[in-house]
Design a protein around this ligand. Sequence first.
Ligand code: 5GP
Ligand code: 5GP
Length: 222
Amino acid sequence: SEGGSSNFDYFYLVRQWPATFCNDHTCTHSPPNRFKFTIHGMWPQRTDGTWPEYCDPGNPFSVAKILDLLPSMIRTWPSWSGENRAFWSHEWTRHGTCAERLVGGERGFFKAVLGLHKQLRIEDALAAAGIGPSGEKAYEGRVLQRALKDGLGTYHHIFCDAKGNLAEVWSCVGLDLRPFDCGAQRDAPALRGPSALPPQNNACGLRVKIPPLDRRYARRGA
Ligand code: 5GP
Ligand code: 5GP
C-alpha cells in the first residue's frame, strides 16, 4: 500500500475481567474486590481477520520511556500472572510496534491506550443497565452488548470462557484513535477470541456470568 499508510485497518482495545482470568489461569497477584475491568492490550487488526505482529524487534520495551505513566499503568494495566513489566513488554513488542509510527512510539502507544480505557468505561455502561458481578445472576450475551452499545456508543465484542464467565470485552478503535462501530465486522470468519478458550465457547451465550471478586485468587507455587 501507499507509503505512510498502515499495514492494518483498525485496533481492538482489549479489556479483561480479572476474576474470570484468575479462575482460568494461575494468578500470582490477587485482584482487588472492585468492579474494574483491566487492560489487556490494544491490537492492530485487519478487516480480513488477520493482523500484523512483532513488527519491530529492534525497538524493545523501555520502561524509562513511560515513567510518568507508571501510576496509571499499575492501576489500570496490571498483570495478574507474572510481572507487570513482562506483560507490558510483551504487549508492546507483539502489538504496539506494529503501530509505532501511527501512535508516535512507545510512549504514544501506552498513552493512547490509557486514554481510551478511561474514555470507554465498561463498568459504567454495565452498571447503568443494572449489570454487575454476581455469584448468582446470569445475563444474555446480547443484553450485555446492548448495555455496552447504549453506554459507550459502539458495538463491542464480548468473549466468555468455557463456563460462560465473561472474560474479555473488545472495543473497536480506528486509525484516528477514535472508537468506531465495528458491528459490520462481527461475523468475519477469522474473528476469534482468546485461543486459550475452546472456539465454540468464545461467543457468550444465553447465561453469561460476571463472577465476583470476593475471594482470594492468588495461588503460589502451583
Ligand atoms: P497477547 O499475546 O494477548 O498480546 O498476550 C498474551 C497473553 O496475555 C495471553 O496468553 C494471555 O493469557 C495473557 N494475559 C492476559 N492477562 C494477562 C495478565 O494479567 N498477565 C499476563 N502476564 N498475561 C496475561
Ligand atoms: P490468545 O491465546 O490470548 O487468544 O492468543 C494469543 C495472542 O494472540 C493474544 O494474546 C493476542 O496477542 C493475539 N490475538 C489473538 N486473537 C487476536 C486477534 O483477533 N487480533 C489480534 N490483533 N491479535 C490477536
